[in-house]
Design a protein around this ligand. Structure first.
Ligand SMILES: [Zn+2]
Ligand SMILES: [Zn+2]
Length: 181
């Protein structure tokens, strides 16, 4: 679940955090993928496409559209789930084959993570920040309260700017403080 959110957030507000295969390699290691991890340019390209589809899950207006994206990812990339303790790792669930490339295995893994979450809590927990100019996605896991912003900073910024909009009576703009020369 965290890996799906973090992956979507590697591309937002005009920033590209997965500029090359090595960035994706580091991302995977940061998300507990065991060495050896190697990433090709072709795999990076596939993961970027996957990232767009995952973002659409968070931004979909209708649950049925978000579900269709996850189901398509399963159909295209997931295998029958199986338990493995390969290479001395603790028992864990695989939803793609051992020889799957990163495009496939990340698709299966992230779709599964989001689907399990949604099956328990509904699509409402998958959110995009409501602040203008912020494209971060997040999972609203705080029970009983609808969180609209990715961070306190975005919440404050939005509150301040809507206060300003309400109180803008003309002449309220700060004087241009452009340094001369
Ligand atoms: Zn494994
Ligand atoms: Zn935000």
């Amino acid at each position: 679940m965290r890996i799906a959110v973090d992956l979507v957030n590697t591309h937002r507000d005009g920033a590209e955090l997965l500029a090359g295969p090595d960035d994706l390699r580091r991302f995977l290691l940061d998300h507990a993928e065991p060495e050896p991890v190697s990433v090709t340019g072709a795999e990076l390209a596939k993961v970027r496409v996957l990232r767009q589809r995952l973002r659409a899950v968070f931004e979909a207006e209708r649950d049925v559209d978000a579900a269709a994206i996850l189901n398509a990812l399963f159909a295209e990339h997931a295998t029958r789930p199986y338990l493995s303790d390969h290479d001395g790792a603790p028992w864990h669930l695989h939803v793609s084959t051992m020889d799957a490339d990163w495009g496939r295995s990340l698709a299966a893994l992230t779709a599964m993570g989001l689907a399990v979450l949604v099956a328990g809590r509904g699509f409402g927990v998958l959110r995009r920040c409501a602040a203008a100019g912020c494209e971060l996605v997040f999972v609203a896991t705080t029970p009983g309260r609808v969180r609209r912003f990715c961070s306190p900073a975005c919440a404050t910024r939005t509150r301040v700017s809507s206060y300003r909009d309400r109180h803008r009576g003309g002449g309220g703009r700060t004087a241009g403080a452009q340094p001369a020369g």
